[in-house]
Design a protein around this ligand. Structure first.
Ligand code: GLC
Length: 623
């Protein structure tokens, strides 16, 4: 290690110690924590250490515009870890080089919350394989240049985790790891200020535990016991678990539901300052032990709460965050055919410093919550409850004329706060389109659905960040209604978009004219072009390009003299917009790098007239 690197490590360690003592003021606990760091550093395999060295010199390795992500459920995509391994050629063919495996740690069937209720942080669910299988998969992925992302669920454990079991058996030390109360007095006080995450599927934030005749804090489901990070033992052991998982060969660790990890009576128990301190400490622990690992934060909060989780550039908390605001604003724009909020949102995203790096996505395993900037929408007379109702009716196909097919999630009658579930394809109208086509009503609706689906992906691929496809979306997979028959899942409509990957349908990607082929090839083309041009680099300058038409979103990217304008028609009707070159530009000619078609102005004019079909899009590069 060079002297410079040694000095840097000492600096990081000093900061970690300072933060730890500030939060816990406990020398003994810190001593124990240091041993955890040493043990995990010793256990790190040489091949991973080699990767650490490479990435230490290229700290923003995950910023490449050549990255394309996919998230998938192991059980849905090959049945097991080894099944995923044998299906790697498919992912390679898709050009995936960043793979997020949905939770696979041990959890109890029927109360697993899709794997987010972990009963053992060091054991894979037996039906899916073993830790060794996971390490082998990581090696196989690395050989193919694929980075792996793995979930770390840190806010809670399952009530079947060893700590919860010991707590249920009356062990006071184990009980001190959770929030456990003798009666409902304090829980009721909390309920006065703490909102509910799942108001209909899991109401309230506390659960009565019969075994100990006490009340336990359970912010999410009643079987997910909140961990108490005010107890340094919890922080120590959970960081140990985090490093253990990193050492299995993971490249990115997804920190689940982080805004919730610190609780304070009288607050909403979200985004408290201590949360930021703890995430910074975990980041420091990784920098010291496994610097090649990046942290992806899941912060599903209103826009102004999200960005602080990047932390200051010189003291990062999360390296990557879900771009949840752009995601839900994108769906809002689709349902309203109005991109004004999206443009306003992107203005803010574009101004963020370079360390603020997002994972962009259209759909993930969760619902779409309508966390829109309602203060901004208010100026157009849009009111929150009524608008959420509209969006939900549009996306569930209840609004007259809507072709979207989705289902509601957590529709608590009194809150007017329901959210939406469904796959990209079904929400874009492919499901209704296919039914119409089968009914011999012509293929227009189907074509409109495909166009819409591709336009949304093109929009996704234009943004800076890692585009992450939700498995199945690359072939336009539809909703899976079979969860309605499964008692373990029928209360949770998120399973609507958690169906098994259909390899049979995937085979149709090779059949010319099939919808799977059109979508698959469309996405491939976008990915290839994105990787080829430097304007898509993460360090390009990006601006909102105002098209003068509220239906058409525009984004301009500039890198070393190259200018690209992406135009996206969020409406089913054609639109004509004027494409202006930047002020000082000499060349007035553009080429659509997706079709190679050249476009230029009419004699004597500077602007080019652009015609976009319904849901049309283009990537115009200035010649
Ligand atoms: C995260 C997950 C979600 C889960 C919750 C509780 O938000 O994405 O699926 O229900 O955490 O662990």
């Amino acid at each position: 290690m060079t002297d410079g690197k040694k000095a840097r490590k000492i600096e990081l360690f000093e900061e970690l110690k300072w933060l730890y003592m500030e939060l816990y003021g406990d020398e003994e606990a810190f001593g124990y924590f240091v041993k955890i760091l040493e043990k995990n550093a010793d256990e790190r395999r040489p091949s991973l250490q080699k990767l650490d060295r490479i990435r230490e010199d290229d700290e923003q390795w995950y910023h490449s515009n050549k990255l394309l992500g996919m998230m998938l459920y192991v059980q849905n995509f090959g049945g097991s870890i080894n099944g995923v391994k044998s299906n790697l050629p498919y992912l390679e063919e898709c050009g995936i080089n960043y793979l997020h495996l949905m939770p696979i740690l041990d959890s109890t069937k029927g109360k697993s919350d899709g794997g987010y209720a972990v009963s053992d942080f060091r054991k894979i669910r037996p039906s899916l394989g073993t830790m060794e299988d996971l390490e082998n998969l990581a090696d196989a992925c690395h050989e193919k240049g694929i980075s792996l992302c793995f979930d770390f669920v840190l806010n809670h454990t399952s009530d079947e985790h060893a700590w919860a079991k010991a707590a249920k058996a009356g062990d006071p030390v184990a009980q001190s790891r959770f929030f456990i109360y003798d009666n409902w007095d304090i829980p009721h006080k909390y309920e006065e200020t703490v909102p509910q995450v799942f108001p209909t599927t899991a109401p309230g934030n506390f659960t009565w535990c019969d075994e100990i005749q006490k009340v336990v804090m359970t912010t999410f489901h009643n079987y997910q016991w909140d961990l108490n990070y005010a107890n340094p033992m919890v922080f120590n052991d959970m960081t140990d678990n985090l490093l253990y998982l990193a050492n299995r060969g993971m490249d990115v660790i997804r920190l689940d539901a982080i805004p919730y990890i610190w609780k304070e009576l009288g607050t909403n128990c979200r985004n408290l300052p201590q949360v930021h301190k703890i995430i910074r400490m975990m980041h420091l622990a990784c920098q010291l032990v496994c610097p090649g690992v990046a942290l992806l934060g899941e912060v599903v909060m209103e826009p102004r709460e999200v960005v602080p989780y990047f932390g200051p550039a010189e003291k990062p908390e999360c390296d990557i965050l879900y771009n949840v605001t752009t995601m839900c604003t994108t769906w809002h724009s689709l349902a309203t055919r109005d991109v004004r909020l999206l443009a306003h949102q992107m203005e803010q995203v574009c101004k963020l410093p370079g360390n603020c790096f997002f994972q962009n996505y259209l759909r993930c395993h969760d619902d779409i919550g309508w966390g829109l900037d309602f203060a901004f929408l208010g100026q157009f007379g849009i009111e929150e409850v009524a608008h959420k109702k509209y969006l939900n009716e549009w996306f569930t196909g209840k609004w007259p004329g809507s072709w979207a097919r989705g289902e509601l999630y957590n529709d608590a009658a009194d809150l007017g706060d329901a959210r939406t579930c469904g796959t990209t394809a079904s929400l874009c109208g492919l499901e209704s389109g296919i039914l119409e086509a089968l009914d011999n009503k012509g293929g227009e609706s189907l074509k409109r659905g495909i166009d819409c689906d591709l336009m949304l992906h093109a929009w996704l691929f234009t943004q800076t960040g890692i585009p992450v496809i939700y498995s199945g979306d690359e072939i336009g997979q539809l909703n899976d209604y079979s969860y309605h028959e499964d008692p373990a899942h029928w209360e949770d409509s998120r399973y609507l978009h958690r169906g098994k990957f259909d390899f049979g349908l995937a085979a149709l990607r090779k059949k010319k004219g099939m919808m799977q082929q059109v979508i698959y090839d469309g996405l491939q083309h976008l990915k290839n072009v994105r990787a080829k041009y430097d304007v898509f680099r993460s360090d390009a300058n990006v601006y909102v390009y105002y098209t003068g038409d509220d239906r058409v979103m525009g984004l301009m990217r500039e890198y070393e003299g190259q200018t690209l304008v992406g135009l996206f028609n969020f409406s089913e009707h054609p639109a004509d917009v004027k494409l202006y070159p930047p002020d000082e530009a000499e060349s007035l000619t553009w080429v659509d790098i997706l079709t190679d078609a050249e476009h230029g102005p009419r004699e004597g004019e500077r602007h080019t007239d652009m015609h976009l079909e319904g849901y049309g899009f283009c990537w115009m590069l200035q010649k």
